[in-house]
Design a protein around this ligand. Structure first.
Ligand code: NAI
Length: 455
């Protein structure tokens, strides 16, 4: 008997879809090559947050005097931080495994390769075994992009250069670290190693760090980290890697940056190679599977969700895409919307964003009204962030009087940015938002304060 659904990949998209589909009564097989939980649980979101929490505790303790607390002989044991991270990961992965088991999903360990379509359905090979299914969901995720920089392959082989995967398992702390790529991964890991005392240099091709985030907030964050010792080399390209550092070029000027370790974080590539997509002619573009708003590919009953479709590359997007795919498989019309997906850079302080920034809105020619207020307008923020200089910015549609985007630089913003996302998704008029009561004292009140800046 063919399965109702074979899911390739057990990361956020794959395990969520498997669980939802099985609970709805489908007979589901989930194939995972490495570990259930994928990059998010094993080598991405969760491990980095575990490390960053230790760093935050340590930084807070170092600054405790500002709050009238005496803390002496402080130290951070990186090996113990990694051990705790491993414990957290193990617990969560075990949780995913038992949730899948409880919902009746069969999990097979190995690399799944599609081998065409037969009267029994789509065929998927795992080693010597072939499984058949009426439907497929490709959720194979993404891998660190490896550019053709001379010396990089050798560096990766020797372990001098690492991607986030290996980085999060290093037991020893490097005295000095060069980070190639000042995006999300680069900045989060740079912030950890800066906090624990390593000399960190970030090499970034663009004239700014943190990708498409709001430039005012990025500027504050960068200055803040420069004060704490991170060196940013902007408009700079890594051109060669030796066994002792990185050669870079900026405005035709070459520089050698010596360091004990190099982290490569220049983006991620969808995992679409060697999984047999050609055997059923699944359409890809720039290496990503092309999907519509129902998460359907060009081939009937073949869906794709998560990083593999290259649309948003965030675990929370993957969860929702998985749900949309499963709902459509079950005949329930459900559409994926991307306009209000929050993103968070988990530096200290956090930078959270949803919807349009001032720049993206202006580039689209939208008629907008922008307000910006200091996070200090929130009593809770002031009480807990001595010297904090974050800001909260809102972008509204001038004619419709609805919110298009929100950004906040300050801790806890990751926890309340979803409120702004809800206002955007529901197209709530600004006057209606003003009637919503926020709990006091919370940092979230900054959103309400900012909305009241619109007279
Ligand atoms: P990224 O796309 O965020 O940043 C890569 C940076 O590298 C860019 O700023 C780019 O200009 C720069 N770059 C590219 N080539 C370069 C070169 N040769 N020399 C110097 N700089 C170069 O990619 P990243 O940080 O690797 O993260 C990958 C994905 O993982 C992200 O798209 C994100 O969706 C996801 N992620 C999300 C997190 C979060 O939401 N907190 C945390 C970690 C990852």
């Amino acid at each position: 008997m063919p399965y109702d659904l074979i899911v390739l990949g057990g990361g956020p998209a794959g395990y969520k879809a498997s669980e939802r589909a099985a609970k709805a009564g489908l007979n589901v097989l989930c194939i995972e090559e490495r570990n259930l939980g994928g990059v998010c649980l094993n080598e991405g979101c969760i491990p980095t947050k575990t490390l960053l929490y230790s760093a935050k505790l340590y930084e807070n303790a170092l600054n405790a005097e500002k709050y009238g607390v005496q803390a002496k002989e402080l130290s951070l044991d990186h090996t113990k931080v990694i051990a705790r991270k491993n414990k957290v990961v193990k617990t969560l992965v075990a949780g995913v495994r038992s949730a899948l088991k409880a919902s009746g999903v069969l999990v097979v360990q190995g690399k799944g390769v599609i081998e065409g379509r037969s009267p029994d359905g789509y065929a998927v090979r795992v080693d010597e075994d072939i499984y058949f299914s009426k439907r497929l969901l490709v959720a194979t995720g993404s891998s660190a992009a490896i550019p053709p920089i001379p010396g990089l392959k050798e560096g990766l082989t020797s372990g001098f250069v690492v991607t986030s995967r290996e980085f999060l398992n290093l037991n020893e702390r490097s005295q000095s670290l060069t980070v190639i790529g000042g995006g999300v991964i680069g900045l989060e890991l740079a912030s950890y190693f800066n906090a624990i005392g390593s000399k960190v240099t970030v090499v970034e091709l663009l004239d700014h760090i943190a990708g498409e985030n709001d430039s005012d907030l990025i500027g504050i964050l960068q200055k803040d980290y420069e004060k704490r010792g991170i060196e940013f080399k902007l408009k700079t390209k890594a051109t060669m890697i030796s066994s002792e550092g990185v050669i870079t070029i900026c405005d035709e000027k070459e520089e050698f940056i010596a360091s004990e370790r190099v982290l490569l974080s220049i983006g991620r590539t969808p995992n679409t190679k060697d999984i047999g997509l050609d055997s059923i002619n699944v359409l890809t573009k720039h290496g990503a599977i092309v999907t519509d708003e129902y998460m359907k590919t060009n081939i009937p009953e073949v869906y794709a969700a998560g990083d593999v479709n290259g649309k948003s590359m965030l675990a929370h997007t993957a969860y929702r895409e998985a749900e949309v795919a499963v709902n459509n498989m079950l005949g329930k019309r459900d559409r994926m919307l991307y306009r209000a997906i929050p993103s968070v850079l988990y530096t200290n302080p956090e930078l959270s964003s949803v919807g349009e920034t001032e720049e993206t809105a202006r580039n689209k020619g939208l008629e907008i009204a922008v307000v910006s207020i200091p996070m200090r307008f929130s009593g809770r923020y002031l009480a807990e962030n001595e010297g904090g200089n974050g800001i909260c910015k809102l972008v509204a549609d001038k004619k419709k009087n609805i919110l298009l985007g929100a950004q906040a630089l300050g801790n806890y913003s990751s926890e309340f940015i979803v409120a702004a996302g809800t206002f955007i998704e529901l197209e709530l008029p600004l006057d209606d938002i003003k009637e919503i009561v926020f709990p006091h004292p919370t940092v979230s009140e900054i959103l309400r304060e900012a909305v009241f800046e619109y007279k």
